[in-house]
Ligand binder design. Structure first.
Ligand SMILES: Cc1cc2nc3c(=O)[nH]c(=O)nc-3n(C[C@H](O)[C@H](O)[C@H](O)COP(=O)(O)OP(=O)(O)OC[C@H]3O[C@@H](n4cnc5c(N)ncnc54)[C@H](O)[C@@H]3O)c2cc1C
Length: 660
């Protein structure tokens, strides 16, 4: 039977919805909170902030992560910053403008009500983090400093050098540690959630694998929250940490949680280009660099050819022969157009032969103009660790002097190219961040909630912390309000038995395949299929072929996988195999969604649907909805599509314009 979708968006004008919701939601009284247990899976910015907040409120929290410390969650890698509508620069920012930029940046495919709430609470996040001691950059006079990120004409991004995620995570971790010390949070590091346990239609616990002993363990609770990050590693090469995976999300999907908009995958324009086929990871150079760096390729094809052969260098090409193609095409936003637009523009130049490295798949990000204007020291103050990181990887320091031509000094630029970075799609949630399984909530990057078809820079940290500190702590109470009457559920119940047995049987199946191929070799092939057929430019034929190849790859995985060692004790290859099994299914979901969505929007670009100028062409008449996919009982079966119509009350849906 087709499931019904209810996004549970509160009534009332958009600016009052969240206030009204908070005024009327059900609360849990302090005594009852002590009786209620919540499982939070994940200790990134979303998970750590939620676990700390729920514990502080009085709930008993069980918090899980796969790393040896919560501080090693992938959130620590976030470089550039976090958005908020504080308007400290007095440059015209407001809650409405942040809301508007986010909806427009997402190519009008996000839920209005969620985005408005996000913009509203953005300012609370900064206050909370400052109170925790997060060392945001400050102006000389003491005010918090801001810089600009793509898709905005104001400066609203708060940052801590190029280490914003790390500093925010340390803040959340300190709050979490306080609750651990009080005994309100019980921390389970190096534990991986393998399944969610459903009893009478509600999420009542999880099965987790102790990654050190290999043993499966059962945990029961009154509600389960997953905060397990995105699925970018389905593409093998991405900017995500190597451990990022979608196993918890996919297992929830197999158990009935719908997956929304999986085809909305973000390809980030400023990554260090791929340099060989032995690579297992790509490195991001933060978008913040686009504040002072200018993106260009040569105007003349012959210069590009010489660069590709190594006969000349960037600094041999004078100003008049440089094509600052983003500034040329998008005068109003220039280098700060949103990521999807900047990535496609780089691909377009490289496809036409203007790429600047030996593979032809790179463009320059050049700081010469800013260094000449502000000096190298100013650049180092803003981006020092990013310049160092670039040098460590490529052996080129981006600020080093190159050459002087006609009185203009040119410095060595970075080379960059788009790479998979973030996933806007994810587990479907309603306004309360509850999935289609009652009692199961999803927060942070693992849900689909706020970014539509393209996320603006510095908005992921904002969303993760909004969900964890300011949204879930309210909305989960609406669910938990009548749960205190239930006795604590025993993990001896048959549902726990069945779930644990199924996980154990699956591990045995994987161990017993005893084929010839390593996990990594199959994962690399998956990444190749995804990038070629489900990547930056998608076509009907390419997607159909991609789906066929993915199905063949699953057969290969099921018949020819080899996992060394045993299931007892630590076995990283086994853990990776479990992740890969789920990346293959996720890859198929991305392809199914991309195939059905006969339009281009944000990160989803169907080559058949573009304007004459090569911009994404939406079809609002037929695709103005969230595409939700429902599992049909087997990985082999195609999922069923269910549509959640979008309903815009105040924003006028129009063609995105960053030109004027
Ligand atoms: C290089 C880089 C730079 C970025 N810079 C920025 C930036 O400047 N600004 C911005 O807004 N965004 C940025 N982002 C995006 C942002 O960092 C992420 O979207 C965000 O940190 C995700 O947070 P999260 O809490 O949802 O998930 P994560 O931080 O990925 O945390 C996931 C948690 O879940 C746990 N986990 C996963 N699976 C399981 C399982 N099965 N069982 C148990 N535990 C599990 C992990 O151990 C971890 O604790 C950047 C991303 C990258 C890759």
């Amino acid at each position: 039977m087709t499931k019904k979708i209810d996004s549970r968006i509160p009534e009332g004008p958009i600016a009052e919805k969240w206030t009204n919701y908070k005024a009327h939601q059900r609360l849990v009284n302090p005594k009852n909170k002590l009786k209620l247990d919540v499982i939070v899976v994940g200790t990134g910015l979303a998970g750590a902030s939620a676990a700390a907040s729920l514990a502080e409120m009085g709930f008993n929290v069980y918090n899980f992560c796969i790393q040896d410390s919560p501080r090693r969650a992938h959130s620590i890698a976030a470089q550039g910053g976090i958005n908020a509508a504080k308007n400290y620069q007095n440059d015209g920012d407001s809650v409405y403008r942040l809301f508007y930029d986010t909806v427009k940046g997402g190519d009008y495919r996000a839920r209005e009500a969620n985005v408005y709430r996000l913009a509203e609470v953005s300012n609370n996040i900064i206050d909370q983090c400052v109170a925790q001691g997060v060392p945001f950059a400050r102006e000389y006079g003491g005010m918090l400093a801001n810089r600009s990120f793509g898709g905005a004409q104001v400066s609203r991004t708060f940052y801590a050098k190029g280490q914003t995620g790390q500093q925010l995570l340390l803040g959340a971790y300190s709050s979490l540690s306080k609750e651990v010390q009080k005994g309100k949070v019980k921390l389970f590091t190096r534990y991986e959630m393998e399944d969610v346990v459903i009893i009478d239609g509600r999420a009542r616990g999880i099965i987790a694998k102790n990654l050190v002993t290999g043993k499966l363990e059962r945990f029961s609770a009154n509600a389960v929250v997953i905060a397990t990050g995105g699925y970018g590693n389905a593409y093998f090469l991405s900017t995500n940490a190597m451990g990022c995976n979608c196993t918890a999300a996919i297992q929830c999907y197999r158990k009935g949680a719908m997956m929304a908009n999986p085809s909305y995958v973000q390809i980030h324009p400023t990554c260090i280009p791929v340099h060989g086929d032995k690579q297992s990871k790509l490195t991001l150079m933060s978008e913040s660099l686009r504040n002072d760096g200018r993106i260009w390729v040569p105007k003349k094809l012959e210069d590009a050819k010489k660069l590709q052969k190594g006969e000349i260098q960037a600094w041999d090409i004078p100003e008049e022969d440089r094509d600052y193609y983003l500034e040329r095409r998008y005068p109003a936003f220039g280098n700060l157009v949103p990521r999807d637009v900047a990535s496609r523009a780089a691909k377009e130049r490289c496809d036409k032969g203007f790429g600047v490295n030996n593979t032809g798949l790179a463009v320059f990000l050049d700081f010469s103009e800013s260094i000449n204007r502000l000096g190298l020291d100013a650049m180092k103050q803003r981006y020092g660790n990013l310049f160092d990181m670039y040098e460590e990887i490529t052996d080129v320091y981006p600020g080093d002097f190159g050459k002087e031509i006609n009185g203009v000094k040119y410095y060595k630029p970075m080379m960059i190219f788009p790479a998979i970075h973030y996933t806007m799609g994810g587990v479907w949630v309603d306004y309360e961040l509850q999935t289609s399984i009652p009692g199961l909530f999803a927060i942070g990057e693992c849900n689909f909630s706020d970014h539509g078809a393209n996320r603006l820079g510095a908005s992921a940290l904002m969303q993760g912390l909004a969900d964890g500190y300011f949204v879930l702590p309210y909305t989960i109470q609406n669910y938990l309000a009548d749960q205190a009457i239930w006795p604590r559920l025993s993990t001896d119940m048959p549902e726990f038995d069945a779930a644990e047995k199924a996980v154990a049987a699956e591990i045995d199946r994987l161990m017993n395949i005893k084929g010839k191929r390593s996990v990594d070799s199959i994962h690399k092939e998956l990444g190749h299929i995804m990038w070629e057929h489900v990547g930056m430019g998608r076509t009907k034929e390419g997607l159909e072929e991609g789906l066929k190849l993915l199905k063949d790859l699953r057969k290969e995985f099921d018949s020819n996988l080899f996992i060394p060692g045993s299931k007892e004790g630590l076995n990283v290859e086994l853990d990776k195999a479990i992740h890969l099994r789920d990346f293959i299914l996720m890859g198929e979901l991305v392809a199914y969604d991309a195939l059905h969505r006969e339009e281009s929007c944000g990160g989803h670009f169907r080559e058949e649907h573009q304007t004459e100028e090569g911009e994404a062409k939406r079809d609002d008449e037929n695709f103005f909805y969230v595409g939700c996919w429902d599992y049909q009982g087997s990985d082999e079966k195609a999922p069923e599509l269910i549509k959640e119509p979008l309903n815009y009350e105040i924003i006028k849906v129009q063609q995105r314009n960053y030109k004027n």
